[in-house]
Design a protein. Structure first.
Lengths: 346, 474
């Protein structure tokens, strides 16, 4: 307790300025890093494509927000974590869950509302959790996860462990009031909170320029002296570099940090969004010039760390995992009717 | 004309205090603003400043006197040119506190509850809530022969938190002014001293944010007690309470939930008008995944708060500022924990059943006294927990009395009483000999004016009339 009290008393010298950190250069990836990133990002890409298909076939209902295009963000960050670190995000959460190591079967079966899903079919696309993988949801209320994630960081501080909490939210959520209430407390109490703003340029159909007075999201913590940097969220090496720096910063007791991940979603906001608010050219340009998976693939081939055939084999293996999850998710029974009244109170 | 200095009210709920110390003696000259005395209340010691200047001619209440009623003359001040012979002709002067509770918390104070029913009592300021004459029925959860200790609701709540914090390292309390200020209503008094800043956490004025931080900490396995300075401010945070705390267990398929307590004063206080005066019992009782507790007595406050802190679910614990200072017997037990979800028969009776909870019980108890004088013997059930609701106890009582009146301070539409009425109608229709009557606050925002405020709240006479109506004695 004495240590905590000491940590809690901050002096002027402790206050880091909002520009205390600089965007690090992308990491040099080893062959193993590149292959891991390739495989993990591809799993999310193929999984989401399949989810889109199953939605079209009526197996998945309600809202379904696909992560295609943003894969480098969660994979790069996950590569910087250790066991015990927590992850929490909003409703565009399938990629985050797969990145934490949650099973494709469990996630897909939750999307189809079956008993083998992570929430036994009662949560759906936006509400999934895994205590085992330290994944705290999956939250459908835009911005709510920022306060909740700050609470996870609070628990780490309380327990005096060296875990950090990754709190993901979008450029849209970044305008919610409770985000700034949380920033204030996280900075005041020096919580190990890593705020990752996934700026995919559109809050549903509203572009950043039309919704945000300050479009440099890395500076959104300036009022609280929370340092922030902008990161190329399409380059998994840049994400991992920023992630490692942020995680180290948090573990060392420096308090919160903000990483603005500049990324892009290829699909609409949700399945029912035709994305008329942007041009096809804009999307095509991102896909052809900045695709996170193609970037890794090009490097692997260029350095002759993998052949086309070897990459195809990885793709095949990933497709099999996804096909298996889809098969499972379509055939797994719906929850027993008795589940209606379970898990309301303990 | 000589000026009488009166015992000041240092907070809206203060009814009496101890005159701890005189800092001026008879014959001293006094300037406006001089501290003349110190007064102790159950919340704090405060200084009394002179408003007028002159000579302190006579001290009427000696230092060390306890239980001095608000507005009692405590001294006489002579103005320039007046002599001691004039002492007897004193006019009144309101001394004011140097620590005037400009803090909205304190200012969001309660009222002399008795005065709402007996407005004449308020004028002379000399009334205190009478100890209920209705004998409180024994609580089967308290072993027979247990020593009982008179305790205020405020102390009982503090003791409950302190005991649970000693018992479980994961329990901590967070909220506005809970630590260094010792609680806006002094419920967390001395907790900072015992448990330190790590476990007694002052937050910025950030209800939405700190409620969410509390839920997140609970999801990670801690056991937060989140204090709202008043539940009126919980509306800033209601999304986190309803959408995050209450629903996570279900949405997570049982993997994780939010074992925590949201607590604070709820309902109308006194003269604080529309935005600070409403009861959230019905609001939160609507939500699956929450438990909602609203105690009346100090024993229930203690036993149920301890239960709430241990409960693995999110519990909304609704206190009442006017009850904080009231004293009840609390059993002297090492670990007094009461069951959530169980009503208590406050008084047995045979002619009609009154169901109430929290501050609503004060009307029920007084009505029962009046009715006893007219030969009507009512049974009073203190619901204690609003959700899950102990309907069985209500229905058993209705089977005996065949008549039911509910009493609450909240708004009438979709009220707790209406839910009870529906359930009893569906489950015990054949046992009813009269329509169920539901007494609630009026369907209006709380007005400020004293007379209108009184009209907006339920009254003892409304309860008396309702019982007479259901027993066909009207």
């Amino acid at each position: 307790m004495a240590t905590a009290a000491k940590k809690a008393s901050r002096t002027k010298a402790d206050v880091k300025s909002a520009s205390a950190i600089k965007t690090p250069p992308p990491l040099e990836f080893s062959k193993e890093d590149e292959l891991e990133a390739y495989r993990e990002m591809l799993l999310i890409r193929r999984f989401e494509e399949k989810a889109g298909q199953l939605y079209g076939m009526g197996f998945i209902g309600g809202f379904c927000h696909l992560y295609i295009g943003q894969e480098a963000v969660v994979i790069g960050m996950q590569m910087a974590l250790k066991d015990g670190d927590q992850v929490i995000t909003g409703y565009r959460d399938h990629g985050h869950m797969l990145a934490t190591g949650m099973s494709a079967r469990g996630v897909m079966a939750e999307l189809t509302g079956r008993r083998g899903g992570y929430s036994r079919g009662k949560g759906g696309s936006m509400h999934m959790f895994s205590k085992e993988k330290n994944f705290y949801g999956g939250h459908g209320i835009v911005g709510a996860q920022v306060s909740l994630g700050t609470g996870l960081a609070f628990a780490n501080r309380y327990r005096e462990n060296d875990n950090v909490s990754l709190i993901y939210f979008g450029d849209g959520a970044a305008n919610q009031g409770q985000v700034y209430e949380s920033f204030n407390m996280a900075a005041l109490w020096k919580l190990p909170a890593i705020y990752i703003i996934e700026n995919n340029r559109y809050a549903m159909g509203t572009s950043v320029a039309r919704a945000s007075a300050q479009t440099d999201f890395s500076q959104r913590g300036a009022s609280f002296n929370i340092p922030g940097i902008q990161v190329d969220g399409m380059d998994v090496r840049a994400v991992k570099a920023a992630g490692e720096m942020a995680v180290e910063w948090g573990r060392a007791g420096n308090g919160p940090v903000i990483l603005e991940m500049q990324t892009y979603r290829y699909r609409g906001h949700s399945m029912s969004d035709p994305a008329k608010y942007r041009t096809k050219d804009e999307v095509q340009k991102m896909r052809s010039e900045h695709d996170p998976i193609e970037q890794v693939k090009a490097r692997l081939l260029d350095k002759k760390w993998a052949s086309e055939d070897e990459l195809k084999a990885i793709d095949k293996e990933v497709r099999e995992i996804v096909a298996d999850s889809a098969e499972f998710a379509q055939n797994d029974p719906e929850p027993d009717v008795s589940e209606l009244y379970t898990d309301i109170l303990l | 004309m000589p000026i009488e200095i009166l015992m000041p009210a240092l907070s809206p709920t203060m009814e009496e205090g101890n005159l701890a110390k005189w800092l001026k003696k008879e014959g001293d000259s006094v300037a406006a603003g001089d501290v003349i005395a110190e007064i102790e209340t159950d919340k704090a010691t405060m200084e009394v400043e002179a408003v007028d200047e002159g000579t302190l001619a006579k001290i009427l209440i000696e230092a060390g006197t306890e239980g001095v009623k608000v507005n009692t003359p405590i001294a006489v001040l002579l103005e320039e040119g007046e002599s001691a012979d004039d002492v007897g002709k004193a006019g009144k002067s309101a001394a004011k506190s140097s620590d005037e509770p400009e803090q909205t918390a304190d200012a969001a104070g309660g009222k002399d509850k008795q005065a709402t029913e007996e407005p004449t009592a308020k004028k002379d300021g000399a009334s205190v809530p009478a100890a209920p004459k209705v004998e409180i029925a024994a609580d089967p959860d308290i072993p027979e022969g247990t020593e009982m200790v008179p305790t205020t609701v405020r102390e009982a709540l503090r003791d409950a938190m302190a005991e649970e914090m000693r018992r479980d390292e994961n329990v901590f309390v967070m909220g506005e002014e809970v630590a260094e200020y010792q609680g806006a209503y002094k419920i967390t008094q001395n907790l900072l001293q015992e448990f330190g800043a790590k476990r007694v956490v002052d937050t910025p004025i950030t209800e939405h944010g700190f409620a969410g931080v509390g839920v997140g900490a609970a999801m990670a396995g801690l056991k937060p007690i989140v204090e709202f300075m008043t539940f009126n401010f919980s509306m800033q945070a209601i999304d986190q309470i309803v959408n995050s705390a209450a629903k996570t267990l279900y949405m997570a398929g049982g993997q994780m939930g939010a074992p925590m307590v949201f607590r604070g004063p709820n309902g109308a206080a006194a003269r604080v008008a529309a935005q600070h005066s409403q009861c959230y019992a019905a609001w939160y009782s609507h939500i699956p995944g929450l438990k909602v507790v609203m105690p009346y007595t100090a024993a229930d406050a203690k036993g149920l708060l301890k239960a709430a802190i241990r409960d693995p679910n999110p519990v909304v614990f609704l206190e009442n500022e006017i009850l904080y200072g009231q004293t009840f017997d609390v059993p002297k037990l090492d670990d007094f924990v009461l069951p959530i979800g169980k009503a208590r028969i406050h008084k047995t009776g045979k002619d009609a059943t009154i169901v109430s909870f929290g501050i609503g019980m004060t009307y029920a108890v007084k009505a029962a006294e009046e009715l006893a004088g007219e030969g009507i013997d009512v049974e009073i059930i203190d619901l204690r927990t609003i959700r899950p609701m102990d309907l069985d106890t209500i229905i058993e009582s209705v089977k005996k009395t065949n008549r039911l009146v509910t009493v609450e301070e909240g708004y009438p539409q979709s009220s707790v009483g209406q839910h009870i009425a529906t359930q009893v109608m569906q489950r015990a229709f054949d046992h009813l000999d009269a329509p169920i009557l539901t007494i609630a606050g009026k369907d209006v925002p709380m007005p400020y004016a004293a007379n209108l405020e009184k009209l907006a709240l339920p009254s003892v006479s409304e309860v008396v009339e309702a019982v007479k109506a259901v027993t066909y004695r009207a």
